[in-house]
Design a binder for this molecule. Structure first.
Ligand code: URP
Ligand code: ZN
Ligand code: ZN
Length: 470
């Protein structure tokens, strides 16, 4: 099967030119002007952008946690991703207490069976090094293509690890070349604040934010950075939400340390006030870290513009408003933590990042695709448009208007964080390894087409240049 994408404006992290792309089987084999080739399928991309498929490094599909399971499984979540121009994601495989890493990975591989529409990898979330996985087993995971270790410094009732577990994992990563990821919040202090709020009868969703002040994120971010420095491991801080956490990352990067951070789409748009919405509607915005006071939004835009933060993910962790979120109606600490967003990252960042003049198109591609691919061992197979790269491509119509809504999105979540937001610019055709997934409003691929991707170790792919353009 061959595909010719003709006359599009090809945009990578570094390039911006009008050209043709020729795809044979799964990869790009020719790039040039007015290519003289025969193809089984021709896509006219004139007037459109051709972007590398999005890489979302932070999702939670089909994740059981605190008595609820996230409502999007691999089929619905990846369908939503495909419509939003994301062709690869890295999901969190959560080690259960007392479980080996191998057992956890087997369960997560089972979740994707027969359901995949895009490619994905797994991070391993380390929760138990005492009765579950061993350091030796952790060290063996990169051989299976699982090259990132995630630790939660919060959620004292469930996922949180102590500093010894964090530090020992960092030491293993320093040896194996894995990337350490942290959810950085001081879980001990937060637990005290939660118990105090509940004892005072403060049960509304707004207390989710008030019991997780930005300083608790700043403290944990700094602690993780310093510990990673001692252990000699690289560090990636997930879902950075506020100035208190941006600052220590900026300092570390200024010093040239191997420290990286991501923020998520929602932190640019949703502020703490949303949690105070009446009729329990604030529960829709209960995710962690919480939406912050509005002034943090410009801090985050500045951080992604200046490369203090390297990526934008979604932290897609969807729960129904009716039937899941409402289990915490009388106690904010029982509201399932998480929000949806897998489908709208490109829409929102294109509209309010690029069209509003905050970042360039190249930087958008870098934040949504190239940098996540580089940091998580997928580049240059993913994250760019080059000869030899997978033909994961988005033909993006910069003039197409869309009103974002739960009525039309593809996730199972019964609300949308960005409901009624109007954007100009949307994917028109989305291809995964040369196969058309989405054409206009239609999903044209069937579940099962997505593959598990074994990822390279941190740094391996950073040093490898993409294949030369023909
Ligand atoms: O609220 C969130 N973010 N839920 C998912 C788990 C996490 O902390 O990423
Ligand atoms: Zn988290
Ligand atoms: Zn998350």
């Amino acid at each position: 099967m061959s595909v010719l994408i003709r006359g599009g404006r090809v945009i990578t992290a570094a390039d911006d030119y009008v050209g043709d792309l020729f795809i044979e089987d799964e990869t790009i084999t020719l790039i040039g002007e007015s290519l003289d080739v025969q193809a089984d399928k021709v896509i006219d991309a004139s007037g459109k952008y051709v972007l590398p498929g999005g890489v979302d490094p932070h999702t939670h599909l089909d994740m059981p946690w605190r008595g609820e399971t996230t409502i999007d499984d691999f089929e619905s979540g990846q369908t939503a991703a495909a419509f939003g121009g994301t062709t690869t994601h890295v999901d969190f495989c959560i080690q259960g207490k007392g479980q080996s890493f191998g057992e956890a990975l087997e369960i997560w591989h089972g979740k994707r069976e027969g359901k995949t529409l895009i490619d994905n990898g797994f991070h391993i979330a380390v929760t138990d090094l005492r009765e579950g996985g061993t350091l030796e087993e952790l060290a063996s995971l990169p051989e299976q293509g699982v090259t990132s270790y995630k630790l939660f410094m919060a959620y004292k009732d469930s996922l949180m690890v102590d500093d010894e577990t964090l530090f020992r994992t960092m030491q293993v990563a320093a040896d194996t070349g894995a990337l350490v990821m942290v959810h950085a919040e001081n879980g001990d202090a937060i637990e005290v604040l939660i118990q105090e709020a509940l004892a005072a009868g403060d049960t509304d969703p707004i207390y989710h934010a008030l019991t997780r002040p930005p300083e608790t994120e700043g403290e944990a971010t700094n602690r993780a950075i310093q510990l990673a420095r001692v252990a000699g491991s690289p560090l990636y801080v997930v879902h950075v939400s506020c100035a208190e956490s941006v600052e220590p990352i900026a300092i570390a990067r200024e010093k040239g340390w191997d420290v990286y951070g991501e923020t998520c789409t929602q932190y640019f748009f949703i502020d703490q006030e949303y949690l105070a919405r009446p009729n329990f509607e604030g529960a829709k915005y209960v995710y962690t870290p919480p939406p912050r006071p509005k002034q943090n939004q410009e801090v985050l835009w500045n951080a992604v513009r200046t490369d203090i933060l390297s990526a934008i993910s979604t932290d897609h962790c969807g729960y129904l408003f009716k039937g899941q979120k409402d289990h915490g109606r009388n106690d904010f600490s029982q509201i399932p933590n998480g929000g949806p967003g897998l489908e709208n990252r490109l829409h929102m960042i294109h509209e309010f990042g690029v069209r509003s003049g905050r970042i360039t198109l190249n930087r958008m591609v870098e934040l949504l695709s190239t940098n996540p691919a580089k940091l998580f061992g997928l580049y240059p197979r993913k994250g760019t448009i080059a000869v030899g790269s997978d033909a994961d491509l988005v033909v993006f119509d910069p003039e197409k208007r869309l009103t974002i809504s739960a009525k039309t999105h593809h996730s199972r979540v019964d609300y949308n964080l960005f409901e009624a937001t109007e954007v100009t610019g949307s994917p028109e055709v989305v291809l995964l390894r040369g196969q058309v997934l989405v054409e206009g409003d239609r999903l044209v691929a069937s579940p099962g087409v997505g593959q598990f991707v074994k990822r390279a170790r941190f740094g391996d792919e950073l040093r490898r240049a993409p294949a030369a353009v023909a």
